[in-house]
Design a protein around this ligand. Sequence first.
Ligand SMILES: [Zn+2]
Length: 484
Amino acid sequence: MHIVIGSFSHESNSFNPDHTQLDDFSPRLYGDQVLDALRTAGRTALHGIFDTLTTRGSAVTPTVFARAVPGGLVSQEAYYTIKEELLQRLKRADSVDGVCLHLHGSMTVAGLGDAEGDLLASVREIVGPQIPIVCSLDMHAMVTPAMVACADGLVGYRTAPHVDAYETGANAAKLLHDALQGHYGLAMCAVGLPMLVSGEQSETEKYPMNELIPKLEEAEQQGEVLSASYFLGFPWVDVSYNQGSAVVVCREEQSRARDQAEQLARHFWHYHKEFRFTTEAYPFAEALAAAETRNPGPVCIADCGDNPGAGGSQNIVYPLKHMLEKGTSCALFGSIADPASYRRCADEGIGSQVKLRLGRLSTGELVGLAVEGTVTHIGPLGAVPAAVVRIQGIDVVVSSRRAMMVDPEELRALDLEPEEYGLLVLKSGYLDPKYEAIAGHGLLALTPGYTNQNFRDLEYRHVPRPMYPLDKDFEYNPRSYRMC
Ligand SMILES: [Zn+2]
């Protein structure tokens, strides 16, 4: 069998005014180069797709592997350039039996909207109505009617933090391959869930997700359901199609998929008021005070209102200002994505005294924070050039662009030893498992920014209403939210 594969993903935050540009997609690989990503990009969903298909004897044609750190809406130039590369390779492929892609599910393009719906419609147009299209998606996908109409199967992650990308890709490939080999069609139904929930309130090892996810496995074990997924939507995008969903794929029979999806959606809704922060969460000043009473360190405070992992601008220095005013010491803060300040530090060099206007104070105040410090290190923070400036008792990491704080090893590569600090204030949402492993304690700080956890502080104009928790008490009927 011959399957065309690819991966094009971004989680787009409409509150962050800086658009995500073509160069932000890194890596951005085309054709046979995509196979390099399988060797170097870790256990990605595309890797799971590739391994599953090739182990089963299928030939694969790679098209695109492109992803960017979550950020503002994707520019049309970036989206259409990468989309065109994918479509051109699909058009050139001979005798295609199926298409298996990894998409995020919450990529939004400036002036266009639903990227995945648009992309899948174009893929469908090229392959025609008979060739199955199956996609793996992030758990924070906003599944839309266009996606459901154009794809035969959508399969979601079941873990948050996401540690099952590879397995989800493998499940999507298996769903496609089994259907092709068994000569049966896939029937899919999605049922919307009108709610916004942040990742910090829906980690899968904690209640209520730890009771919801097993329901998917139960549904699949009954035999009729080939794949069941819960998608949570993405709260920091103000679009008319934002919602969560329950998605079910069955063999052939649409009515079964519809009934099962309605049942799973109803079950999820039963818990919709149960989502709470699964880590202690405070306004920043209280988080800082709480950190002083926690032993042993390091205490990790997630500055989760400015989380690049959900598209924050990663340059809001309100928490740093507060730490400096309080005389916090033995602390690390970072990283602040500030190309001009990074450049200044790199030009002046290690050991130099620098005066900087760092980041910006909050989303409304574009003025930076005036600081003076000593450049102590220059090097890479993961793949991003960065400098460390000691300002009073705080080591501040300044990066040349946004970089998710997911691995303490990246600090070690900058000659910083994260475990020697009493306090790490990280631009992050829920802590990555690798930071969790070194943290004595973890706290969430409810800070200002484009990933503000208090949804009522954000100006939603387009999300459909009613929408929990913006609207509190309303009736939910899964039938009115059916997308099939
Ligand atoms: Zn996600």
